[in-house]
Design a protein around this ligand. Sequence first.
Ligand SMILES: Nc1ncnc2c1ncn2[C@@H]1O[C@H](COP(=O)(O)OP(=O)(O)OP(=O)(O)O)[C@@H](O)[C@H]1O
Length: 629
Amino acid sequence: MTSADTNEEQAATPPQPPPAEITYSGQYSVNPLAEASFRRMCGQIPSVLRRIAQLSWRTDRRAVQLLLGCQAVTGISAAVLLTATAHAMSPILGDGSAGDRLHEAVPALLVVAFAAALGRGAAAVATYAERRITPRLTTETDSALVEAVCRVEAAAYAEEGFSDRHEAAEMGVIRSQVMVADAQRFLSALIRMVTACGVLSVLNPLMLPLLLLAVLPAGVGAVLTARVDYEIHYANIADRNVRGMMRWWATTSKYGDEVRANSMTDYLVHWYRALSDRCDRRTLAAAPRTLRIALTSAVAGGLFLIATWGVLAWLAVSGRIELAVAATAVIAVQTTLSALSQVVINGAAVFHTSLYLSDMQAFLDDAAARTPKRGPGRADGRVEQIRLDEVSYQYPGKAKPAVDSVTLTLERGRILAIVGANGSGKSTLTRLLTGIYLADKGKVTWNGADLASVDPAGVWAQTGLVPQIFAQWPMPLRENVTLGQPRTHDDGPVWEAIDAVGLREAVDDLPAGLDTLLSREVFGGSELSGGQWQRIACSRALYRLPGLLILDEPTSQMDPRGEHQIFERIKAIAAGRITIVVTHRLENTRIADHIIVMEQGRITEQGRYDDLVHAGGTFAELLQLSQDR
Ligand SMILES: Nc1ncnc2c1ncn2[C@@H]1O[C@H](COP(=O)(O)OP(=O)(O)OP(=O)(O)O)[C@@H](O)[C@H]1O
């Protein structure tokens, strides 16, 4: 092929398609702030301070007490400092020699120095207290979020907006790293400001309203800017969510081979950049608005500030206040101004935090409401029989049920095989059998108890599941088998499970045997092959000695020896449990006592292997196709 051919071919190739436009959708797509008034937004600050205080109190009471104590000391020292300054001014600006004036002012100046030192000391201790609270508060918030997601009904994952709201809630965790510091700075600035204002209003009542007017525009500006930031955050949630997922898929070593050998790097980078650009575009589009807000508030604030200084000069020049009082007023104005700007900056930060905390709390509340609450029933005793009566299940947003009016009885000691085309509902059926999903119609019973009213923990304690796509936990091999639920103090049963799947030799070859960390990415970790991982997945289900053993394509990655060994094992232990095998390798269904064939969510054929082979139905057709090479 000539280079001209190559160029022609390249020119004919369509450009890289952009990432799909995904919007944070459904009932949660409405920005809660869009219609909120400025007053309502400011009104959120006290309630978020209360929330932060409650969270901190639960984390470390003593540190909170220390923090509050420091705030009180800050207020007292600020008041003492200004009052002592006023006392020092009279002698300093009075008559007499410089030495005499200074001498007379010394006691007041000493008080000033002491109050300043006390204020600084209180600030340092407050920072220490905040640093005691923040890490644990963040960990607590983060862990609560992880736990909430792990504990919801599995059906929630398929619901509209669930993962986007999870992403939005993550921002609350990030924000929790700064919220105590923001709240602490806000409170201490507020205390300093109130104190300085008090002193100022004693000196001259006119000064205070003017000063408030000087800072008010900055406050309004900061809150409006926080509102714009939140709007952008809100608009970017869906893209950020997808970008986060894409980042993991693109960079995890698990898919490294596929990314490279299928030349996906360029497209993935293009995707990632395109999503980031989309987020940036929204952010940049808002920049003129924030600039307008900043300029307007600066101009308004500046005008009021000029008025404040003008009034102070007029009071002093016209002799309405003494020079000493005017000098103290200058210091009080400066103190109030700096405290006020801190109040505004940190108040806006607290307000900003409140937005993300509300998202996080809403998600946590929603997740708590979605934990399985199925009634007081218990699935006690070994499971002897599972029955499905006219069971149907439809995924949210899907037009047709994934499982449609299925009736079936499973008995202990028997093996059921489920076969059928892709998407015919086999995996969904296993989720219904185990109560991972609850049926929309009909009922599933374990030993006669309806799963809709039974605590699922008891059901899952009796279940061993090898799913089609199984987890490869970055944990030591032992925990990959026991899943953190050891049956004995020794490793005997672990080795038994490993022997059952023919993995002893491979484990012996690992650098630390059962202690080997199964994660190539971690220093000292090792990696297994795909088939070896699948054997681990089988061993963990066997290790549980479950009453219900479900194997969904358990040997798809195994060599024939491994596959044979697993099926021999399934047969050998079948007497003590209900066994379900989902498979596309129809030869493997020979071990089953009963086979069901699923099509579009329904059971269309059932019987034993020999009957179905000669029935001339779907099973026979699929078997023939699998042998037609
Ligand atoms: N989490 C989900 N959310 C929405 N729809 C789903 C979900 N999981 C499965 N489905 C849909 O339900 C139907 C049945 O899927 P299921 O996974 O049960 O099929 P299957 O028979 O196990 O397929 P396969 O042989 O490919 O594993 C399919 O149409 C699928 O698109």
